[in-house]
Design a protein around this ligand. Structure first.
Ligand SMILES: [Zn+2]
Length: 99
């Protein structure tokens, strides 16, 4: 990838499919969370595009935690609607119903 750094800022050549794959592979090999390589803003759009995708995958939030209606623990809740009960319960409470 040594030719990347010597590219004029305002000019990016069209890559062949093989070259584009090499660029994207380079990103996957070099990507780290919360990190941008030196000169990132002037890197090839294909590189920035792939980098952004990996950033987005990394920042996809884990399921939102909320407090269980039954035990009040913070957990990933499941809504239970049965026997007149309509509540958001954690997996523990669902496995061991105390209501
Ligand atoms: Zn619970």
């Amino acid at each position: 990838m040594k030719y990347l750094g010597s590219m004029p800022d305002s000019f990016f050549r069209i890559l062949s499919a093989e070259e584009e794959e090499v660029f994207r592979q380079w990103v996957r090999d070099n990507w780290k969370p919360d990190y941008k390589p030196e000169g990132f803003p002037v890197m090839h759009p294909v590189v920035r595009d792939e980098w952004r995708k990996l950033d987005e995958e990394d920042s996809s939030e884990p399921p939102l935690l909320a407090s269980c209606d039954i035990c009040e623990k913070l957990a990933e809740l499941t809504r239970i609607v049965e026997c007149g009960i309509d509540t958001d319960a954690c997996q523990d409470c669902i496995n061991n119903p105390t209501y």
